[in-house]
Design a protein around this ligand. Sequence first.
Ligand code: AVJ
Length: 314
Amino acid sequence: MSKHVPPVSHNDAFRSDVLSGLGADQKRLSSKWLYDDVGSHLFEAITELDAYYPTRTELTILEENVDKYRKLPGARGAMVELGSGSSRKTNLLLGAFPDLSVYMPIDISANHLKEAAERVRRAFPSLAVIPVAADFTEPLGQLPLLPELPVLVFFPGSTIGNFERADAASLLKNIRTVMPNATMIVGVDRPKAQEVLIEAYDDPAGVTAAFNQNILQRINRDLNGRFDLSAFEHKAVWNAEDSRIEMHLVSKCTQSVDVGGVTFTFQEGETIHTENSHKYGEDAFAEIADEAGWRILSADTDHDGYFAVYTMQA
Ligand code: AVJ
């Protein structure tokens, strides 16, 4: 296989994001950069962990309600999946929607996307599979034109929680603009006991720690960085005020790190904030949906109330 070379513009965006993020008072890196090929595979491994409840919980909710989802107009047209995440969820829906004709996964990781598309083509040979390598945090302007089909947007995994509240609303608004009559199935993680949350984002096997640290590895590789990975420690924090889990990388000592000719200094204990994972209860999510012009059709949860799956109409 040929070595994956990120498109130039992509790498430029990565570089400018990293340089400005590490130059900020509270150092930060956008969580979208966690998902290179290695990161995408590490995330898949996270979804298999006992400690990480969201994937299996969402899958259960989808299984329990798929008869209802089958009746959504988009289930007879094109399914657009944002962040081609777990194949088990995708397969469940594709298998349950026999009249679907198009599957369009949109993902920032081109290789991950290609693998996902191939998998679906093998399992569902009659579907037209149209993968789109794109960063859906940027305005979704140039989607390949969908034929005159009803559209079902599948936005699983509580990826919506990675956005700041206002950005989550603009993203939902943007989706509605690009796909005006779409219906959507969206998975949203809910607030719960702090111990459960911390365990899920700081698992005993250290897979999440490796996932988080991979962003430093990526900076080393793609931007000629000199991060010593062993000098940074993974940390998951529950920010109650903003109802979100935050992932940080904590500098274990005072140190300077060169990134492509630019030097950044870290105090001992200083952190790089790498991800937010917002947790929304029903009212909080309904407000965001409403602000973005979506009408919620149904809300389903599991017996612990850990996770919610909403259907909505644009
Ligand atoms: C894929 C963004 C939904 O926030 O739960 C998992 C990412 N980060 N463990 C999440 C993640 C650490 C995940 N999302």
